[in-house]
Design a protein around this ligand. Structure first.
Ligand code: GLY
Ligand code: MN
Ligand code: MN
Length: 461
């Protein structure tokens, strides 16, 4: 964990942001995989980690705003637990290390909350994303399980988003370390991208790299020669020349901070001319977006800049036509680039997504668009100092989408469907980096991972 003052300061700021009442932050519980004692790898709740720092199951943190009191509820290990799991530092000592003096058994939480409710106190909680947490809240608060999230605290969500959005120097260090692990994962994948290799050989190797450096991967890795399927978790294809291997993968630190990087490598390590043209277009979008990043600039504008770069690149190849500004305004480029430029990253890969995408990426000034493509942009609002965001433009040829649009003659004034047919089996390309928003613009975190055509070809030689 970080030093004590990091957590006391975070909780002090939270107390300033929330007017009154009690903030209840349940930690995560163990979740069975296929029978009760066989559990998924434990992952602590990110907001609990942010404010209370203890990476252990079955805890709950409580902050009484009005009485300036903080308590961690949890049961100390019994000898039965210790025999199987070994002894851990006590909850009491761990709580002290994050500046919380008071700990109580978990059972006391019910009594505490009941008393607070009877006293007419407001209990603030964040939307629950796990069934076990929903059940716990439902029991504690006497509210129906199925509607528990209707009672989430918008005031608490706003406060937590405000604090977690800006990363401090310790958090930047953690993310940077994980981009450095991603460097090893991605350069390994590039070198392994040879004809005849099966995707799972690469997926296994890079997940092992992440584990051996501290944490598991930060999300199920995408290692696919079908990169046109955006979140593809199938690893059974044999690599063939002429296809790209899209590897979208990151590591999670012992402190649970994530990296999220994508590289696209031509199988065999040499770009053919068709691959080079599309790749250079996506690379230009990635590089220009990073240059465009600036405190105060709406990320939607940077997204639209990349949409125009990609549309122009596709026009130069003959896949699109007409006025590029108009094409992007009506969303014609989204046939090839149907997702957003990026998202915040931190303790979660899609940082704070569990608190509601629109609460994180949008506000009163920037509302989410409804147009196909732009609607998938997770972050549209103005950037602030010390945000960390991903820049991940892509270009894809999705046969099913092409068929639907073509049959509808959709945006045919901007799309050359005849030429598109020549690219039907092309697959996809995405290039993703993690960027720190600073006073000097966007800073690419971590050791630079090969991304120009020359860099990739040299590495794969
Ligand atoms: N790894 C999923 C994403 O890039 O957003
Ligand atoms: Mn990614
Ligand atoms: Mn991403």
């Amino acid at each position: 964990m970080f030093k004590k003052e990091v957590y006391t300061e975070r909780r002090r700021k939270l107390m300033e942001e929330v007017d009154s009442g009690i903030v209840l932050l349940p930690g995560n519980q163990d979740v069975p995989f296929n029978y009760p004692a066989n559990i998924y790898t434990f992952r602590q709740d990110s907001s609990f980690l942010y404010f209370f720092g203890i990476n252990q199951a079955n805890l709950a943190g409580l902050i009484d705003i009005d009485n300036n009191e903080e308590i961690i509820f949890g049961n100390e290990l019994t000898i039965g637990n210790i025999i199987w799991m070994g002894s851990l530092p006590t909850i009491k000592n761990q709580a002290k290390n994050v500046g919380v003096d008071k700990t109580q058994p978990l059972n006391d939480l019910q009594t505490y909350i009941k008393k607070a409710i009877l006293g007419g106190r407001k209990i603030h909680f964040l939307p629950a994303y796990r069934h076990k947490t929903k059940a716990q809240l439902s029991e504690l608060l006497g509210m129906q399980y199925s509607s528990i999230n209707d009672y989430k605290s918008d005031e608490l969500i706003k406060a937590v988003v405000k604090l977690r959005s800006k990363k401090d120097k310790y958090e930047i260090e953690e993310i940077t370390k994980m981009v450095d692990v991603a460097y090893l994962m991605h350069t390994t994948a590039m070198k392994m991208a040879k004809p005849g290799v099966v995707e799972r050989e690469i997926a296994g190797a890079i997940q092992g790299i992440s584990l051996s450096h501290g944490g598991p991967v930060s999300f199920p890795v995408i290692v696919s020669t079908n990169g046109q399927t955006l979140h593809n978790n199938y690893y059974g294809n044999i690599l063939k020349e002429g296809r790209f291997l899209v590897t979208d993968a990151g590591a999670e630190s012992e402190m649970s901070y994530a990296s999220d990087i994508t590289r696209s490598t031509p199988v065999g390590g040499k770009f053919n001319s068709k691959q080079k043209e599309i790749y250079e277009t996506v690379l230009k979008a990635n590089v220009e977006a990073i240059k465009d990043i600036e405190i105060g600039k709406p990320y939607r504008d940077t997204h639209l800049l990349t949409a125009k770069i990609i549309a122009q690149g596709l026009k130069d190849i003959g896949l699109m036509k007409g006025d590029i500004d108009e094409a992007v305004a009506v969303g014609a480029h989204a046939l090839f680039y149907p997702h957003g430029l990026g998202h915040m990253i931190g303790l979660d890969v899609h940082d704070m997504e569990g608190l509601g995408e629109n609460n994180v990426g949008y506000n009163n000034e920037f509302k989410r668009a409804t147009q196909f493509g732009l609607a998938f942009l997770r972050l549209g609002r103005r950037l602030e100092k010390d945000f960390v965001v991903t820049v991940e433009p892509g270009c894809y040829f999705i046969p099913d989408l092409i068929d639907i649009w073509k049959s509808e003659n959709k945006h045919s004034n901007f799309i050359n469907y005849q030429k598109v047919e020549e690219y039907r089996d092309f697959g996809g390309v995405r290039i993703e980096d993690d960027i720190w928003v600073t006073e000097n613009g966007g800073e690419v975190l971590g050791k630079p991972i090969p991304k120009t055509v020359d860099e990739i070809e040299n590495l794969c030689q």
